[in-house]
Design a binder for this molecule. Structure first.
Ligand SMILES: O=C(O)C1=C[C@@H](OP(=O)(O)O)[C@@H](O)[C@H](O)C1
Ligand SMILES: C=C(OP(=O)(O)O)C(=O)O
Length: 447
């Protein structure tokens, strides 16, 4: 899909989509719970659909599809679940969980699509029995680092075999002490946190510093607590996980997504008059840092009437530490281009290991618009200046690159065309609808 964007008047009020991170977590917890949980405010993006389908393989099922308040969302999510068609838009779903171990025998490969969260969150859960389970994926997924699990399985004499198309694991994982590198991906730590409480013995996870993306581990602990499961930091880098626990079903509303709201926020700071609703002020999401970063750049942000209002502001460059908010990377490079002076983004190395090499992708595309930016392995420096239109932009099969480029075009008020724009379906199928709601003129074609 090609997105053709036209210079537009931008203003309006839109809802942040449901947090992808919290939706993965809520669905996994609900699928493990003893009884029925209701998960509200769920968007059927590709990544969330992959986690839902995997949970069905584990033995969870959708229930009570006819409850009136759930009908629309449940039908949409169920359609995804059963692979029937593509539907987007937030809804809700009732899930009947497995109640813990034993899980149903896994009848086929676990297709994680391009979702790192799905793959790394679910490997430990599917390794709680000693039957082999195959994980498959697409795009760059199997090139992204898995060494933390490979080592963990090897140390315990368990099976972990990776080839170009997938990974085959064979458990059974047992309770005990786990020492994990903290600077590859927090998703390994979250994955263990979902699985270990189901084992009969207690476990300890030790994280070797530097511990990056720490806020995502806090999100996992918050979701576990909401489903009645205990696990807690005993010091900065150690988590104690009692064994023999049961996930308790609950009604869970997925909060708004700060990572996605960041695209709208940067647009608002450059053009003015963009209000975003549905964002929890007390959220644990690391990407809430966008508010502080924008404020440091001189943006005026007003909390009013349940919304964060981003006003047009004179923006100046700043220093940004990305260690705890990597998903902001692409849009922060755009922000740098819109600011006066220099923006330096540090601790950005893990951007190179996402759906694309996000540093290389953004450098290549923003340069097509006249931006000046330079990088080392883990730092990006952007010099602000005027951007011009470009009709040959490419999304690098990366949702956050596509959305960041769209923000660059609307913020600068220049025309642009982005190839591979369908990548937004990974996390925010309604992204271009949100853009239209703000007045952004966009034509989506099949090319
Ligand atoms: O746990 C999560 O929901 C996520 C953790 C982060 O990954 P890393 O820990 O690999 O940085 C983030 O980039 C990803 O989009 C979502
Ligand atoms: C990297 C991302 O997700 P995941 O790691 O789940 O693929 C993302 O959403 O930017």
């Amino acid at each position: 899909m090609r997105a053709i964007l036209y210079p537009s008047e931008i203003s309006g009020r839109v809802a942040a989509p449901p947090s992808k991170s919290m939706a993965h977590r809520a669905l996994i917890c609900a699928a493990l719970a003893k009884g029925e949980s209701r998960v509200l405010n769920l968007s059927a993006s590709q990544d969330i659909t992959a986690t839902l389908a995997a949970m069905r393989l584990l033995g969870a099922s959708a229930a009570d599809m006819d409850a009136p308040e759930c009908r629309r969302g449940a039908a949409a999510a169920y359609a995804h679940w059963s692979g029937e068609r593509t539907v987007s838009g937030p809804g809700s779903l009732i899930l009947k969980g497995t109640g813990g171990l034993p899980f149903a025998p896994v009848s086929g490969p676990v297709d994680c699509c391009e979702s790192g969260s799905t793959l790394r969150f679910l490997i430990p859960l599917f390794s709680l029995t000693d039957a082999p389970v195959r994980f498959t994926g697409r795009g760059r997924l199997m090139e992204r680092p898995q060494g933390v699990y490979a080592r963990m399985f090897a140390e315990r004499g368990l099976g972990f075999a990776q080839d170009a198309d997938g990974i085959t694991v064979r458990g059974a994982l047992s309770a005990g002490e786990y020492t994990l590198a903290g600077n590859i991906s927090s998703q390994f730590i979250s994955g263990l946190l979902f699985a270990l409480p189901l084992l009969s013995g207690a476990s300890v996870i030790r994280i070797t510093p530097p511990f990056e993306s720490r806020s995502y581990v806090d999100l996992t602990l918050r979701a576990l607590a909401d489903f009645g499961v205990r696990a807690a930091f005993t010091d900065e880098n150690t988590i104690a996980v009692p064994g023999g626990q049961t996930y308790r079903p609950c009604a869970y509303t997925v909060e708004g997504d700060y990572s996605q709201a960041a695209f709208l926020a940067v647009l608002g700071a450059a053009r003015g008059g963009v209000a975003v609703t549905g964002l929890r002020e007390d959220s644990l999401q690391g990407d809430r840092a966008i508010l502080d970063i924008l404020a440091r750049c001189g943006a005026r942000i007003i909390r009013t009437d349940g919304a964060a209002l981003f006003e047009k502001s004179a923006l100046r460059g700043t220093e940004i530490d990305l260690a705890d908010c990597p998903d902001l990377g692409p849009v922060l490079m755009v922000l740098g281009a819109l600011c006066k002076g220099e923006t330096v983004i540090r601790n950005a190395a893990r951007l190179r290991m996402k759906e694309s090499d996000r540093i290389a992708a953004m450098e290549q595309e923003l340069r097509k618009m006249g931006a000046e930016l330079f990088s080392t392995q883990d730092t990006v420096t952007v010099r602000g200046g005027a951007l011009h239109g470009a009709d040959g932009l490419y999304g690098h099969n990366d949702h956050r690159v596509v959305m960041a480029l769209a923000v660059a075009a609307y913020a600068a008020g220049v025309p642009a065309a982005i190839g591979g724009a369908e990548a937004v379906n990974k996390s925010w199928p309604d992204f271009f609808e949100a853009v239209r709601a703000l007045g952004g003129k966009v034509e989506l074609t099949d090319e």
